[in-house]
Design a protein around this ligand. Sequence first.
Ligand code: GLU
Length: 278
Amino acid sequence: MPEVTRFAPSPTGWLHLGHAYAALFAREKAVGGRFLIRLEDIDGTRARPEYEGAIFEDLAWLGLEWEVPVRRQSDHFEDYRAALAKLEALGVLYPCFCTRREIQEEIARAGNAPQGPDGPLYPGTCRNRDAGERAQRMAAGEQYALRLDVAKAAGLVKGDLEWTDRGRGVFKARPDVFGDVVLARKDTPASYHLAVVVDDALQGITLVTRGEDLLEATHLHRLLQALLGLPVPEWWHHRLITDENGKRLAKRDDARSLRSLRAAGWTAERVREVVGKE
Ligand code: GLU
């Protein structure tokens, strides 16, 4: 079957060898199908136009071609709002007024807080606030995030949820791995988890390729797809490119950015060879 794949970078730094591998991987899996690029720029505090321009420049240098127009998440907050409204109607969202600091203090008080892939899980402080207090705090203009009541949400789904990774087989979804995640941030009416699920469906992605660091997120994404009634793609979580010490490349690590390598005389062919061999 011809696949629709995407490469979905955030314009928050220069692309490095790991991105080159991810982009080439997505392109390769779309042979005979469609390859899309999506700019994941909902974090307005970190996304910058110069990084966006550089993404296109670097990918073109690598020899990639993609469909236009490119979907830019910050142009589509309406789509994320609509998804939030659906979840709200299911009664699986609640407002969370907690600050980062309050959450840390609560976790420290609780002692052995359960851990998720991104650290300790949210202790649920705002889950049980009564409607009156919520309404009062909202009316007073207090800022709030929207969190998913994951236990309630999972309870709405009939039967076991499963998902398929092309490289690893079928997984039984464990949607609660991240606890009550934030789906709309205090400063942004969306979050990575919400936007990625909505966009993959709207763009008709059939095969989600991405790094294995995001494998755990798929458990939650599968639940969101079920709640929102979205089509379920398959996934292929690929290895991460590491440096000579086995450490995963980071955007901060400028020396391995594609533009630094290019300036140092690397050809696109050499990049393809290096990421293909590692
Ligand atoms: N934007 C994410 C990143 O930069 C990738 C998201 C995804 O592929 O689901 O790592």
